[in-house]
Design a protein around this ligand. Structure first.
Ligand code: ADP
Ligand code: MG
Length: 728
């Protein structure tokens, strides 16, 4: 019997590098050609319309309906010149990935003939049915309509023959149902709060921009082998599979030469990204076999996030042309590294100053220290909130596992910054210091070396590492929408900066000089948030113990972590600042509980199917071969066979034992699901899934993986780890 697995393996041997033609032009010549960017707008829009659009973009405001027709006319002309026939509002519901509903550019003209039509009305707004997207109970059944509205700060682009217009997605009642709406609000909040603080130092600062540079990790698996793994297809990860004899122990994949079929895929992907105006730059092999990374040059946060969404989508689409499937799951394979998505984050002023880069003079360094210490305070106070937006049913397999940051939030600063902070705390508290000496110290801060942190001073075990002129939030999952992490992080920073300003102003009010007031506040923040600062090995057990002594939280339970989305602190950060309404905040937690339950539910169902339809029948088939053999031996050899077949008989026993355990546990799994499904409270249901279903998935897997080692390789139906990880 030829299993799908063997068919895939045979096919693989004849797979070749695709016969592809890449553009002969230079990148600079085709970069952004599929984007309605500044250049296209200048060419296709009336000058007055162009001017108004630019104004909306710089203010981050929705477009005025009076110019929407003018913009649409230009956009239509541009799109038609590029062979476009459809348009869609492209939005980011609270699912994984983006959503789109295509409408043709057609309508009946006045004389009844078909014309190409695309007006300001179509550009500005669409009304997709909101009832089919996660809404956490916000949507009333009688009013299912949702609205999408153009986000002018993110340019329209073309995929295939469709014009895609980036939009926000809200319900009929005005509640945000997507990732983009709160992100835009958070970016606005941090802009305002940061500008206010920057004004202490430089009155010319009028805007602060949050930047994001993401690093996307992913696995590639041969498409044929993927098709033979129902678990990969339906859950994104392998629910079973014995470790390959060789995996990543030789450290021979990381930065190794890129396999040829993979290099072709990457090249194809890069060209597509560059045509879409996505500045992809870096590519390399990752630690696990068949694991890779792609990173662009950083961009403004909202645009960078749109680009990440677009890249994930493009990757999945293009991979198929190359006979691959992309795995974006955080932990597709047990026992080898999982995938993350480092979010490199910085704040920059419109005067060209990176607020996370140490300054060149004492004033610049005070500014830097102000922002650095406010980040520390924000993350310290918001550790649970931050985690609650990144820990989910898929990332839980990665956080806290030994190759990824733990579920404890901490900040790495490196030796130079650390000693600088120490000296501020120690010396300035010295009452015997004269004011002159204190000034001396402050100026000393200004003498920091310009290039602070070299690449050796990196800590790869920290979930939140300072890397010289930015913070690298490393705990974000590979499949995540970066907007979730970026929304809370920027909101937390905004709330913290507002508080900082309030405190400094209060000191100034009491007659303290501005510089001294800022310095005192910085010092307070360093002391107050010192527990979050940790430069050691974040993967070690010692850190877990130390973190507990520092009262840092270490939440690994997903439902417990989700519950931190609705605390008073969460409301202070997100509701009081106007980023989410209380209803939206609660709804988001509901969506997360539901998502967790549903994902584990699917894993439970797939597990049952696999063991009942794939694993047990195969094990019994092989067991019958052994039984026939033992019987035959007895016929031929008589009593002598009793000892000669004792090992076989032991195998028969072992198979029975594993099969019986699998049956019992998969019955228990179904029962556990049945019981949990009856619970109506989403939080309690998620907890039930976590406590009763998740452990059974692991227990069943244990027995299946044992069987994989016993059963004839030719009969085993599922592609093995060695094939999934090394075949390419
Ligand atoms: P790593 O060694 O962590 O892989 P890279 O040089 O590959 O570092 O950079 C990772 C990402 O960080 C890239 O997307 C890069 O553009 C981004 N990055 C660099 N500087 C900044 C910054 N100031 N703000 C935000 N992102 C940045
Ligand atoms: Mg990198």
């Amino acid at each position: 019997m030829a299993t799908l697995r063997f068919k895939a393996l045979t096919d693989l041997m004849s797979k070749k590098v695709p016969d592809m033609k890449f553009p002969e032009k230079r990148v600079s010549e085709f970069y952004g050609e599929l984007v309605f960017n500044d250049e296209a707008m200048k060419r296709y829009l009336q000058p007055s319309v162009y001017k108004q659009v630019k104004e909306c973009i710089s203010k981050g405001e929705l477009i005025d309906r009076s110019i929407a027709d003018g913009v649409a006319a230009g956009m239509k002309a541009w799109a038609l010149d590029h062979g476009v026939v459809h348009y869609t509002h492209w939005f980011q519901p609270l699912t994984e990935g983006t959503a789109e509903k295509h409408d043709g550019f057609i309508n009946y003209g006045p004389d009844g003939k078909i014309i190409e039509e695309f007006s300001g009305k179509h550009l500005a707004q669409q009304e997709p049915d909101a009832s089919s997207f996660p809404n956490g109970g916000i949507r009333q059944t009688f009013e299912a309509r949702g609205y999408t509205a153009w986000d002018v700060t993110s340019p329209a682009f073309i995929v295939g023959s469709t014009l895609c217009i980036p939009t926000i997605f809200i319900s009929y009642t005005g509640d945000a149902l997507d990732y983009k709406t709160p992100l835009l609000k958070a970016l606005h909040a941090v802009d305002k709060a940061a500008v206010d603080v920057c004004q202490y130092f430089d009155k010319n600062v009028t805007k602060v921009i949050a930047n994001l540079g993401w690093e996307q990790e992913y696995f590639l698996v041969d498409q044929g082998l993927y098709m033979a793994r129902p678990d990969l297809m339906l859950t994104g990860r392998t629910l079973m599979g014995h470790l390959s004899a060789k995996n990543q122990q030789l450290d021979d994949h990381y930065f190794g030469s890129i396999p040829e079929r993979v290099a072709y895929f990457m090249r194809d992907l890069e060209v597509q990204c560059q045509r879409l105006g996505i500045p992809v730059k870096t590519r390399h092999n990752e630690v696990a076999p068949n694991q890779f990374e792609l990173a662009p040059i950083y961009e403004e946060c909202n645009l960078a996030n749109d680009h990440n969404q677009l890249v994930m989508d493009t990757m999945k689409r293009l991979a198929k042309h190359h006979g691959f499937e992309v795995l974006l799951h955080e932990k597709p394979f047990a026992g080898v590294n999982g995938s993350g998505k480092h979010n490199n984050w910085s704040l920059c002023t419109d005067t060209g100053v990176n607020l996370f880069a140490p300054g060149k003079n004492p004033k610049g360094n005070m500014l830097f220290l102000t922002f650095l210490t406010n980040v520390m305070a924000a993350v310290y106070k918001g550790q649970d909130l931050l985690r609650s937006y990144i820990l989910n049913s898929t990332n839980m397999h990665r956080l806290g596992a030994n190759e990824a940051p733990p579920a404890i939030m901490s900040i790495f600063l490196g030796t130079q910054i650390s000693s600088m902070l120490d000296s501020i705390v120690e010396k300035v508290s010295d009452a015997k210091m004269t004011p002159e000496e204190k000034t001396e110290l402050k100026l000393g801060v200004g003498r920091l070396p310009e290039i602070l942190i070299d690449n050796t001073d990196r800590n790869r075990t920290s979930p939140f590492a300072f890397t010289g002129d930015r913070f690298e939030f490393r705990a974000v999952g590979s499949s995540a929408n970066c907007a979730a992490a970026m929304t809370v992080l920027n909101s937390m920073m905004a709330a913290q900066l507002v508080e900082f300003k309030k405190n400094v102003d209060a000191l100034i009010e009491r007659g303290v000089k501005k510089d001294e007031a800022i310095f005192q506040e910085i010092r307070n923040l360093i002391i107050e948030s010192s527990p979050i600062h940790f430069d050691g090995n974040g993967y070690s057990d010692e850190w877990k113990a130390e973190a507990a002594r520092r009262n840092l939280t270490n939440i690994t339970s997903v439902p417990e972590s989700i519950s931190k989305m609705t605390t008073e602190h969460a409301k202070d950060v997100l509701v009081k600042t106007g980023i989410l309404t209380e209803r939206e905040l609660e709804a988001r937690a509901e969506v997360e509980y539901e998502k967790f339950t549903k994902k584990i539910q699917i894993e439970g169902r797939v597990m049952s199917d696999l063991v009942v339809n794939h694993i047990i029948p195969t094990a019994i088939q092989y067991q019958n071969i052994l039984i026939t053999n033992v019987k035959g031996m007895k016929d031929v050899m008589g009593d002598e066979a009793d000892t000669l077949t004792s090992a076989e008989k032991d195998l028969i026993r072992q198979i029975s034992k594993h099969v019986s355990e699998i049956r019992t546990k998969s019955n228990a799994l179904e029962e556990a699901r049945r019981v949990a499904n009856k619970i109506s409270c989403e939080k309690t249901k998620a907890e039930a899934y976590e406590q009763t279903v998740c452990p059974l998935l692991e227990e069943i897997r244990y027995h299946v993986d044992k069987l994989e080692l016993i059963v004839d390789n030719e009969m085993w139906p599922l592609p093995k780890y060695r094939e999934l990880l090394f075949a390419r």
